[in-house]
Structures are given as structure tokens and as C-alpha cells.
Design a protein around this ligand. Structure first.
Ligand SMILES: *Cc1c(COP(=O)(O)O)cnc(C)c1O
Length: 465
């Protein structure tokens, strides 16, 4: 390789190349920035060539400069792209944790932009002209949609669980059924958070059955709380029994100091059972059944930004607000803006179903999805791909409503001589990235999570593959 290495041009020659100048202008880079990258590219090529023999190289000496410029452009492109990018979700999984969970409503997006662009009354009471609290921004609307006496918001539901245990049960005992010691998303374990908080976990019952008397017998002087965890991401079937919170309220008669806390996980504000989807209890219902406090995520069934919402008795929420950790776990103004707008939609219930993308996607009928699938097929006529309408099921995802399958329409895409994996990869690596599913050795796009605008993007992408 020595012969070629000797022919690597000096940097000042690369700097004079017309494409060097064009790249500099196009990406708005300084001479210095681009020179540093050019040096890195040359160093990288030199290193690669050191381990190659002359006979392995297919590059003619006169092509070297062109090759360097090409590598440089690739590097610049990579450098200037955002790490966080738009992705087209063709999987049909509505709350895809890897793809950012809930899409925000237009109102929520507008509110985020408004408070991002301007000053706001985040901690300022406009009426009195004095300092305000960011809790006040959001508390009223949460009370309205949940019926709770009081509420607050932290970073996510994991943070909510942590704050509740730390502030209310540190160095005390918390009773949890063995059937509810769940792990969510691989990184959230009730037992681990409990340990971190300094509360002592008291396990009762068995994996499949826990009874009221199991809880009662476990109560001691040290018991701070009974915690119910919604087993949102799995389902136990067969010989099972768990105690609904409602049946535990009698325990409070003899042990008024024991708090009843339910980690609801998803936090449905809309009753999806009315639409024959799942068995998710609503937040209102959990509070109505006697929970002193509940917590749930902002970006699961609720369809808002990442957040953890805590709602319940005023005296308890007051203690949580005053805890040092509340300051550590507080959310920023953009989250509050998005959350307020999302929750507001629930207060005028009729249009809400069309406004919140998550809710809309869950409730969308098969025939409505079919329309987009037919558009896809029509627009895809003439492409060098074989497109076919298929029926299948979508998942809600995000660890919510396990076992619920929503009927949907998909389009399968295939091309002569291409493996499904190849097409899957090409779509994934295109711009924007299109994530699909491979079913029966064929790439499938579920139209439930694809908008009309995205149909056009996918068609254009296929044209250029
Ligand atoms: C999802 C979930 C959590 C974690 O919520 P995040 O908002 O993702 O932090 C905690 N508990 C339950 C039961 C959940 O389903």
C-alpha cells in the first residue's frame, strides 16, 4: 500500500478542491472546522490502508482526491445531522417506547412553542404580581379530569413512585402483593425502587393469589403504606386472585395511619372499556375506590408528554410538594405546557378523541385505516415493488393493555430479488427513517400509525430505493 499512501494529497491541495469549497458553503462551516475534518478523513484512510496490501486496492491514483472528498462529505453530513430525528412508525404499535411513546396534540405543540419562544408566568402570579408556584399551573386541570382533591407533576411515573416511597414510607414498611412485584421496560422494578427509597418491602401472598387477609396479617406498627401496582404489561390468567383496592379500604378502620397507594402505570382518563378495548380502570375510578393517592404516566394512555402525575388527598400531596426531592424531580415549562394542553382536551370530551393522537389511534376504526391503506396501494402503482393489502392486528404498546389486539390493515411490500431484511434495512436507513415489521418473511407497514402525509413520504422513499 506504500505506493498509494505516498500519493495521498497534502491538506492544502484538498482545501483548493472546488467541492471542498462547496461543502463548506452548503453546511455553513468555517475553513478551520472543515480542515480539521479533512485531516481526520485523511488520517483515517491512511490507517485503513496500512492494513491493506497493494493488490487489494481498486483505487487508481488519480481517484484518490475524489475519494477523500467523498468521505469528507459523508463525515460532514453525519456531523450536521441531528441525533434525535423524526421516525415514521410503521409498526402499528401506538405507544412505542423506543420511538418516543405518545405523539403530542397540535394544541400541546402550540403551547410548547409559545412558552419556549416567550417568557411565561411559570412561577409568577399575574393577578397579585407576586411569586407563584409551578404546581399551580397544572393542579387545577388535573383535579378537574381526575376528581382528585390535589395533584402534582414530576418527571415520569418512575420518579413519582420514588418520591412517594421516599417521602411517605422511608424507614417504614410497604406491603405489596407478590403478584404485583413487576418489572417494566427492563429498567423499572418495584423492588429496586423500593430499596433505593429506603422503604422496606413486605411481600404478601403468592405469585398467582393474594387475599385481603394476607394484607391484614402483614400490618405492623411499622407499616406506612399498602401499595398496589397495576400489572400493566402482563396478564395472569388461570387460577388467580388479587385484591381490588376497594376491598382494602376497610383496613383503614383499624389502621388509619396506613396509606393506600395505587401505581396505575398507564393512567387512562378516558374509559376505553366503553369502546370495548381492554380492561383499564380510569384514574377517577381508582380514586373513587378509596386510594389515598395514585400515580400514572403522562405519555402512555393519556397521550401527553413524559411526566409522572400524582393525584389524591390534599394533605398527602402537600407533604410531597414540600419534600426536597420534589425540587429534584420537577418538570420544566415545556412539559407543563404540553401536559396542560393535553389535559384540557379531556375537559371538553367530544372533540378530544380526535385531538389527542394516541387516543385517536387507539379508537380508529378498521374501515378508516383501510382507506389509508387503499390510498397507499393506489399511489404505489407503478413502483417496482409488489404491494398487497393485508389484515392484521396492532398493539397499544408502552407496556399498556397487554393482550389487547386492535384489528388493522397493513400493506406488505416486496421486491423481486430482495430479501425482506434488505428492504427493512433500506427503509430504516432512509430519510426520514421508516420502521416496519417483518411478518412471514415480508416487510409490513401498519397504517394505524401512519398519517396520510407519511403515506406520501413512504411512496417517495420507495421510488428512490
Ligand atoms: C410504565 C409504568 C411505570 C413507569 O412509568 P414511566 O412514566 O415510564 O416512568 C411505573 N409503573 C407502572 C405500573 C407502569 O406501567
Amino acid at each position: 500500500m506504500n505506493e498509494l499512501m505516498r500519493q495521498l494529497p497534502p491538506i492544502h491541495e484538498i482545501q483548493k478542491h472546488e467541492r471542498f469549497l462547496a461543502i463548506k458553503d452548503m453546511y455553513n462551516l468555517s475553513q478551520d472546522q472543515l480542515t480539521v475534518m479533512a485531516k481526520e478523513v485523511v488520517a483515517h484512510i491512511r490507517k485503513a490502508w496500512l492494513n491493506t496490501s497493494d493488490s487489494e486496492c481498486t483505487l487508481a491514483p488519480e481517484q484518490i482526491q475524489h475519494f477523500i472528498i467523498e468521505e469528507l462529505e459523508k463525515k460532514v453530513k453525519e456531523f450536521s445531522a441531528y441525533s434525535l430525528q423524526r421516525v415514521i412508525n410503521g409498526t402499528g404499535t401506538i405507544l412505542h417506547t423506543n420511538l418516543g411513546r405518545a405523539k403530542l396534540s397540535e394544541e400541546a405543540i402550540d403551547q410548547v412553542v409559545l412558552v419556549a419562544r416567550n417568557y411565561s408566568n411559570l412561577e409568577y402570579n399575574i393577578e397579585s404580581g407576586t411569586r407563584g408556584s409551578r404546581h399551580d399551573i397544572i393542579e387545577k386541570v388535573i383535579k378537574t379530569v381526575t376528581g382528585a382533591e390535589a395533584a402534582m407533576v414530576v418527571n415520569n411515573n418512575a420518579a413519582a413512585v420514588y418520591l412517594i416511597l421516599k417521602a411517605l414510607a422511608k424507614e417504614k414498611e410497604v406491603i405489596v402483593s407478590r403478584g404485583e412485584l413487576v418489572e417494566i421496560g427492563g429498567s423499572f422494578r418495584v423492588s429496586a425502587i423500593m430499596e433505593e427509597s429506603g422503604a422496606t418491602l413486605v411481600e404478601v401472598g403468592t405469585t398467582n393469589k393474594t387475599h385481603s387477609f394476607d394484607y391484614e396479617e402483614a400490618i405492623t406498627e411499622q407499616t406506612a403504606m399498602i401499595m398496589k401496582v397495576h400489572t400493566s404489561n402482563f396478564k395472569t390468567i388461570g387460577f388467580t386472585a388479587s385484591v381490588p383496592l376497594k376491598n382494602l379500604t376497610s383496613i383503614k378502620k383499624d389502621h388509619p395511619q396506613v396509606l393506600l397507594y395505587e401505581d396505575l402505570g398507564s393512567g387512562a382518563l378516558l374509559d376505553f372499556r366503553d369502546f370495548h378495548i381492554g380492561e383499564e380502570p380510569t384514574v377517577k375510578e381508582a380514586l373513587g375506590n378509596g386510594a389515598d393517592i395514585v400515580s400514572f404516566s403522562g405519555d402512555k394512555l393519556l397521550g401527553g408528554p413524559q411526566a409522572g402525575i400524582i393525584a389524591g388527598k390534599k394533605a398527602i400531596i402537600q407533604r410531597l410538594k414540600k419534600h426536597q426531592l420534589a425540587r429534584v424531580l420537577r418538570v420544566d415549562k415545556m412539559t407543563l405546557a404540553a401536559l396542560e394542553a393535553t389535559l384540557k382536551a379531556y375537559t371538553y370530551s367530544d372533540e378530544m378523541q380526535n385531538e389527542i393522537p394516541t387516543v385517536k389511534a387507539i379508537l380508529e376504526s378498521k374501515s378508516s385505516i383501510q382507506k389509508r391503506a387503499m390510498q397507499f396501494l393506489e399511489k404505489g402503482q407503478g413502483l417496482p415493488f409488489h404491494l398487497k393489502l393485508e389484515e392484521g392486528t396492532s398493539q397499544i404498546g408502552g407496556g399498556t393493555m397487554p393482550g389487547v389486539e386492535l384489528g388493522t390493515f397493513l400493506v406488505s411490500i416486496a421486491r423481486k430479488g430482495w430479501s425482506a431484511q434488505r428492504l427493512f434495512n433500506e427503509l430504516r436507513l432512509s430519510e426520514p427513517s421508516i420502521v416496519t415489521r417483518i411478518i412471514d418473511e415480508k416487510v409490513h407497514i401498519d397504517l394505524r400509525t401512519i398519517t396520510e402525509e407519511e403515506v406520501d413520504i413512504i411512496i417517495t422513499t420507495l421510488q428512490h430505493l
